[in-house]
Write a protein of this length. Sequence first.
Length: 142
Amino acid sequence: MKLQIIFLSIVAIMLSLAGCSAKAPNIEVLINSIDTQIGVAQNAGADQLASAEYNDAKSLLDSAKASVKSSQKTILAQRAYVKARLAEAIAKQVTAENEANRLEAELKVIEEDAIKIKGERQVAEDELKQVMTEKDHELNNK
């Protein structure tokens, strides 16, 4: 995970340098890093959970690869990278929300069980109290 963050930081720096320097970074390196980011997004479930953004990223990357103009290739690559990052973020958010909903439902079941058990305990304590009171009366009457 740490290496992935470092790798993506390098890509982000390369993308920002591409916009403000006269000498653009090697576009093929940039394209390969975007391929990697699309793979990361897919591993996060973006192909299912954020399919529009994921498919846009792939389409933009394909357009960047097909472009003959360096400036157009760089712009399309940047857009593909950002779309892939967005798709990954959406997929992670949806996954986290689904997990939170699952855990909330599980917690509700556990809370209901706890209330039921508390009621059973109260019945047992009342029965014990009744038995103890009856036994005390028996002992006192002897």
